[in-house]
Design a protein around this ligand. Structure first.
Ligand code: HEC
Length: 131
């Protein structure tokens, strides 16, 4: 019984004191402000990242790096609205923060992923941008 308790305690100390390896990129302050605006204004009710979100508007994962799109393109939509998307009265600073947020989201990967490879064990290898 005692050895079980010792094993239990050792196991717990090990599990709860080891940090998980976390190589998630950190967002800049400006991007965090942009993320807050994204949440407060409910962009996610209509837009998706990596296919998740509401479906009234298009996916925004790679809006910054897509051909013919980018910061000015995003700002134009915020200024004017389109169809069911309302016109937002953001300040320049707020628009820059939103663009910065979208830029940093864009750097995390590709969506949709067209060249994912499945190996023999069933593991799906995907391409990340920051590797
Ligand atoms: C009520 C739904 C709704 C909300 C809320 C909304 N959008 Fe949209 N958005 C749309 C629709 C619909 C379109 C246009 C789709 C089309 O091209 O016809 C769009 C288009 C866009 C586009 C252009 C996408 C492209 O690929 O051409 C961007 C960028 C965008 N929205 C950003 C935002 C941001 C940022 C917010 C939050 C501040 C937001 N939207 C909030 C519905 C919404």
């Amino acid at each position: 019984m005692i050895s079980l308790l010792v094993m239990f305690a050792t196991y717990n100390i090990f599990v709860y004191t080891q940090g998980t390896s976390n190589n998630t990129p950190k967002m800049s302050k400006q991007a965090i402000k942009g993320e807050q605006l994204y949440q407060e204004n409910n962009c996610t009710a209509c837009h998706q990242f990596y296919g998740l979100g509401g479906y009234l508007g298009p996916d925004l994962t790679n809006i910054i790096s897509q051909e013919y799109k980018g910061p000015a393109y995003v700002k134009a939509f915020l200024n004017s609205g389109i169809k069911s998307m309302p016109k937002f009265n953001f300040t320049e600073e707020e628009k820059d923060a939103l663009v910065q947020f979208l830029t940093e989201v864009d750097q995390t990967g590709y969506y949709p992923i067209k060249d994912a490879e499945t190996d023999a064990s069933g593991w799906v290898g995907i391409k990340y941008k920051n590797q």
